[in-house]
Design a binder for this molecule. Sequence first.
Ligand SMILES: *[C@@H]1O[C@H](CO)[C@@H](O)[C@H](O)[C@H]1NC(C)=O
Ligand SMILES: *[C@@H]1O[C@H](CO)[C@@H](O)[C@H](O)[C@H]1NC(C)=O
Ligand SMILES: *[C@@H]1O[C@H](CO)[C@@H](O)[C@H](O)[C@H]1NC(C)=O
Ligand SMILES: *[C@@H]1O[C@H](CO)[C@@H](O)[C@H](O)[C@H]1NC(C)=O
Length: 810
Amino acid sequence: MNFAWCLLLFLVLAFKSPLNLAAYTNGNENCPAERQMCLKNGTYNHCAGVEARYPGKTMETGIVYCDSMFCEPEEFQHDYITRNHDQTPHLNKWKRTKIGERATLHDICLLSSGMPVTRWCKLQNFRAHWESTDDWDPVVCLRRVREHTISGDLNSLHDDILEGRRRTNDTQGRREMSGIMRNMFRQRDRTLLPVDVHMTGQMLGTLMQQDKDAVVSVDLLSVCKEIMSCDSKVLQLSAKLNATNSLLSQFENYMDALPDQMVPKERCGEVVAKPTSDETETATTGVETYDFADIGVQALITSNISVFFANPDCGSITGIAIYSAPAEDRTTSASGFYYRFIMFTDDLAEIKQESHLETAAFLPKYLWREVKNRGATYLIFKVYSHDALFVENSEQRNRRPRSKVISISIPGLDNNKLTLPLPILLRNENLRDPDTKALSLGSGCGYWNYETWLSEGVTTSGSSDLLTDPIIECHTYHLTQFAFLVGGSYRTNDLGEQVLITPINAKVLDIISIVGCSLSLLGVLGIFLTAALFKSWRSQASTKVLLHLCLAMGLQMVLFVFLNTDDISEELVANGDTVRCVALGAAMQYSILVLFSWMLIIAFLQFQRYVTVIGIERPRHYILKAALVAWSLPLVPTLLVALIDPDSYIPTTEQLQTDTGICYPSGYGLIFGVVLPVTLITMSNLVIFVYVFYSISHSLSQSVHKSERRMVVKQIRLSIMLFFLLGLTWIFGIFAFMKAGVAFSYLFCITATMQGFVMFVYFVLLDSANRRAWVGLICPTKMELDVVKRTTELQSMTTSSTNYTSRSQN
Ligand SMILES: *[C@@H]1O[C@H](CO)[C@@H](O)[C@H](O)[C@H]1NC(C)=O
Ligand SMILES: *[C@@H]1O[C@H](CO)[C@@H](O)[C@H](O)[C@H]1NC(C)=O
Ligand SMILES: *[C@@H]1O[C@H](CO)[C@@H](O)[C@H](O)[C@H]1NC(C)=O
Ligand SMILES: *[C@@H]1O[C@H](CO)[C@@H](O)[C@H](O)[C@H]1NC(C)=O
């Protein structure tokens, strides 16, 4: 182990600088001379990329030394969680990253939420600088969080690109890369994580710096479609790294660079035999491509995003309308909607009246003439079927989109401003599927500014209550993505840390459990040893109860520490040995239930001793009878769970992956087979405990004798003891189970696993008779000096004739 570690360190050090620098300096073709200053000038910058990250900042932030636009790889030490929550140190390396981006690590390093550990590359003194990690907590992360993720493959692809093993500066290399990415995303039953969205955005960034390619664009559309249809929680987490915005803006920019290839003037009027999509290609990419060269239109269509390129000089097409139902003049797409191209001579009011209209946007003749005079040649329309990629980071929102999102781009138009309004029609989804929180106030058309939805420069026309209008009409004076927003108060789910116990806590809890259980086992052994050695103690009824309890506790600890660990469970599951797994899980469940049965019996005996009136007769062999009940009753829930739902004992693959899986009931098995009985017993114990405590303190306040005070000390000692013994600790466990906080997990873990030890301290070390017996055994001479007095509070626990309450009241 140590040897491998040293070898790795040596290899990393040996290959550090020379090799990598060679690969990285190549990327800077933009900078002819070293140390050249790149001055930000208007919207154009020689050092591509920097100005986009620092819009509207002072001039200084736009100036960068050309040869230091990237944070170069830097070593980083962190721990990986391995099996059993152990941590192994790992020497990792931050990937080369451009200013204004968040770097990920060379070897994948994930938090349990699927977020990568990232580090800012900042602009400082005209050059790229890594964010300081001095005030970071030690980083502990996972190599993978779940099965069937593509993060590992995506990370290797990213590494290959960064380190020059895969070339992206030629067409073949780029197409290969985008094809690999698309295939990863199109795998069935793969799970997407926030890290995937983040890395995809970064890889798109690499492609953005190269020549744009129509073939690659189909793959990108396919990837974006897959990301759009993934879990909203994943996108919400990704948004914390700005990954959704970054992806969206790169996607938009890539598409906007393509119309020269898609709808060039030379192809105007060219007759295309079959504009329909190639079926085999659609099957691999998931994208339908339609070439209407004769009218100057190309369409890339998927169920989630579609892109339409138009060259109005070919066929006067300046707009697009999307419908949810077919009609004579509409084209059908395999993705489940219908569309029609709009000519600049069409009439807005007529389009608005058309049935089943979802969204439409077009440039009327006067507007097209105006933008054409300003240098525009092409139009690009992107239709997003929902707002999944438009994620706001704020927790509280006062509007949310309730329509498709349509994006309009006109390349070549400086600053994207229009002097005449461009009309957009959007179907109000609030009518189809009303949102109870929606308010008319604040509703209207809006645009996305890569942070939130705004309305400046966008006007909405409609009735006084927009929420009841089926089609919303918007007019805009600038170009981005638009949607119809409804007002209201919307809270974003706070995903927070996603998991309650972070890995570092889990490790600490593990240590506490192991130490606590071992101490407990020693305590239990000590008690058995004492019982074996001293017959007088052994023969007391109270000791018998205690021994039963210790037996159950010992069984549980042995199972927990030695027999039912996640390693053994993993092995059993891997070998398909479900019977043994169920048996182990059932044994575990049984031992816990037996323990609780004994706790209830002891609480009951305490109750009888301290509270009930004199003269209660214990039935003959009551310990034996209690033992029969305590050891047989728990069989009922155990057998029920084992017979009805044996699968609930098998840990899930996800649990095994994260090394938290043991053979133990889960789901309903856990709730009805463990939590419910434990809760009931704990509640009754709590009631008894409070009642006994009340009686003791109540009767003590009436007595002031010295002997009584000694009694008080004993009672307090006993109370602390009871606290452990009666399983009140498990209340913490129930809170922890209900995810009330990490503190409860700690409290539970410390108190529950120490029970055996505390019992040993209380019943053997603090018990004067037992102490004397031990002292006598170890040094027999001392024994003879003592007068053996065999009255302990333990004795009276099970004898009803000398009742404490009655005595103090006399
Ligand atoms: C800004 O850059 C453009 C193109 O590089 C150049 O033509 C123009 O003169 C520059 N303007 C200023 C003020 O430096
Ligand atoms: C691509 O880059 C490699 C070095 O990384 C270089 O050798 C090759 O000539 C480049 N190819 C093109 C087409 O620019
Ligand atoms: C997030 O990304 C978008 C698009 O790349 C960019 O405009 C915006 O400034 C970024 N926001 C932050 C906080 O980095
Ligand atoms: C987005 O794409 C996914 C996968 O193809 C599909 O299940 C989902 O219905 C699409 N969403 C919409 C709104 O069409």
